[in-house]
Write a protein that binds this ligand. Structure first.
Ligand SMILES: NC(=O)CC[C@H](N)C(=O)O
Length: 216
């Protein structure tokens, strides 16, 4: 039976991600694991994450997981980054006074401007961006199957990715500024929002991911 490995580096909302994956495909074996061999052999891999990038990257490195994450990406296994898991895939994050990340996706992670105001109401915008917001797919992709333009997903973040290759942008969102909320490169897909906290649309995305063979 094909498995989906949820990488456990102690910083992820592992329970809710695992439950959402089980809901997406009750027949799939969900492995929450820090074992590089299990991760390398899995049919699909999720890099979740909640928290500060410095702690996330320190734990990924302390557990010796950086090589297998690169191996999964290079061998063509469908790999999904979620929230700070997406940010960890970039080259560099400005969070925590600057953090070198995995470099799986070209670009950096920047902080929302704390002085941002809503362009319509001119009300100050709270940081972190926390709550439901609409996403706007920018490309045709298997993971957008059955997900409408403007579909709502749940966000909790103070930083956002800025890819150095615009053609990797898979979806955008608006919060004071238009920002990239999904990236796609080959067998790698990454989202800033939390599909596991996004009810039906989130389960649909996880279902699409589990049905994806990593090809376009
Ligand atoms: N919810 C999170 O894990 C946030 C990720 C990252 N620290 C950010 O603020 O963007």
């Amino acid at each position: 039976m094909s498995t989906v490995a949820v990488i456990d580096y102690g910083m992820g909302n592992l329970h809710s991600v695992s439950k959402a994956l089980e809901k997406a495909d009750p027949a799939r074996r969900v492995l929450v694991t820090a074992d590089p061999e299990q991760i390398a052999r899995a049919g699909h891999v999720v890099l979740p994450g909640v928290g500060a990038i410095r702690d996330c990257m320190a734990e990924i490195r302390r557990l010796g997981l950086e090589p297998v994450i690169h191996q999964v990406a290079e061998q063509g296994t469908p790999l999904l980054g979620v929230c700070v898991g997406m940010q960890a895939m970039m080259e560099y994050s400005a969070e925590n006074d600057g953090t070198r990340c995995l470099g799986l996706l070209p670009g950096k992670v920047l902080a929302f401007n704390k002085a941002m105001r809503d362009p319509l109401s001119d009300e100050p915008l709270k940081i972190p961006h926390m709550g439901w917001n609409q996403i706007y797919p920018q490309v045709e992709h298997p993971l957008w199957q059955g997900i409408a333009n403007g579909a709502r997903f749940y966000f909790v973040h103070s930083y956002y990715v800025e890819p150095s290759e615009p053609d990797l942008i898979a979806a955008s969102c608006n919060y004071g500024i238009p920002f990239t909320c999904a990236l796609a490169k080959g067998n790698v897909f990454a989202v800033q929002f939390h599909p596991e906290k996004s009810q039906h649309a989130g389960i649909q995305l996880y279902t699409n991911f589990l049905n994806w063979d990593g090809s376009l």
